[in-house]
Design a binder for this molecule. Sequence first.
Ligand code: ACO
Length: 427
Amino acid sequence: MSNKAKLKINDSEIELNLIEGSEQEIGIDISSLRLKSNVITLDPGYKNTGSCKSSITFLDGEKGILRYRGYSIEELASKADFLEVAYLLIFGELPNKQQLEKLSNDIKERSIIDEDLRIILNSFPKSAHPMGILSSLTSGLVAFDPSAVNIDDEEDMYDAILNLLAKIPVLVAWVYRRRKGLPLEYGDTSLAYVENLAKMMFQRPNKEYVQNDTIVSALNKLLILHADHEQNCSTSTVRIVGSSYAGLFASVAAGISALWGRLHGGANQAVIEMLEEIQKDGGDTKKFMSKAKDKSDPFRLMGFGHRVYKNFDPRAKIIKVEADKVLNELGINDPILDIAKGLEKEALIDNYFIERKLYPNVDFYSGIIYKALEIPSEMFTVMFALGRLPGWVAHWREMRINKEPIGRPRQIYTGEKLRKFSEINNR
Ligand code: ACO
């Protein structure tokens, strides 16, 4: 195969290089296009645009493949724990025992948060959305660690990364506990990362905490499945904010905001809200299936469809099994979950959904698990953010190490041509 592409614009022909990835994905390198032709490309939503070369995550939406650093998501979810996966994503290899122990200890050392941040948290109204609080507190961390802004060497980078991995779970637990009206906790450094998270969240002040292994295992899998997903909306945001050298904490805070939206991470909250709406309306799933298919109705079936998985979402397969396990083992009997099962069954045999390849995505089932764990629906996306943290960090680090240029797309201007200013009395 030739490694050149030819583009004909009117009478002139331009030769562009082809770039081949390690999984034989082909891209046309258009970085010289404007210089050669004074023409740019237009691709709203970036459906056909590669923004960078990356060696972190590979996914094939048609075949339903997801791999972190070459390891299949199926193997990682069944054999690794979240901290190992975080190390793998960020530093490129699975850690050996000593490396994992060092990572775990370095995290524990940094898990203390300045008490003044607690004051900032307490000054948010109780009704504030947890994603807004998490994003603000993540930005707020910079004020307590100004050295994290200008990061120039590996050591500073390691320190900033470890600070985030250590502090974000505490902030997540704090946001959750404040919403529930519970006293804030610092956790237990004798526990592993996810066990500690579960304790920080679910411990009650008036009874001894007993770990539930089913819950810890489900959290571990959920966090692993969400840990990275290549150039999605929030990760692209982290990379683009970081490309201006805004610092890791600010970049991740921006990523949290991007994840908040209901077409991205907010979908898991939207799933439960949709199920509750269906229940309030009498529980007629067929009626809502028709609404989802009606082009004059803005209603969409939340938790169905995906920008890149046009076959099935491999994460959904894994988490569906976990959701069944959690529901069975915790003996949950919730009419909302029956509605979810009904919708899933109907959508899988409905032509509209089959033709458009709309399958339940990971957020359909993650919302169900979080609901079973009695986590409030506004907190679901916060849990997703904690899972995505290693991915954001890995991409930010890769972007900085590769010295990528500042992200700054162009546009095709469609507004007015030059006009004369008209004085206010003449308008
Ligand atoms: N319910 C009903 N119809 C849908 C749905 C849905 N959930 N999703 C897509 N469609 C239809 C569209 O109306 C369109 O139909 P048409 O071809 O007749 O016009 C067709 O399927 C293709 O849809 P697009 O919006 O073009 O697909 P796109 O890839 O741009 O969007 C998205 C993907 C945003 C995820 C979409 O499927 C959606 O809105 N899903 C619901 C929200 C959701 O679950 N988001 C979570 C994503 S997963 C994550 O962030 C981890």
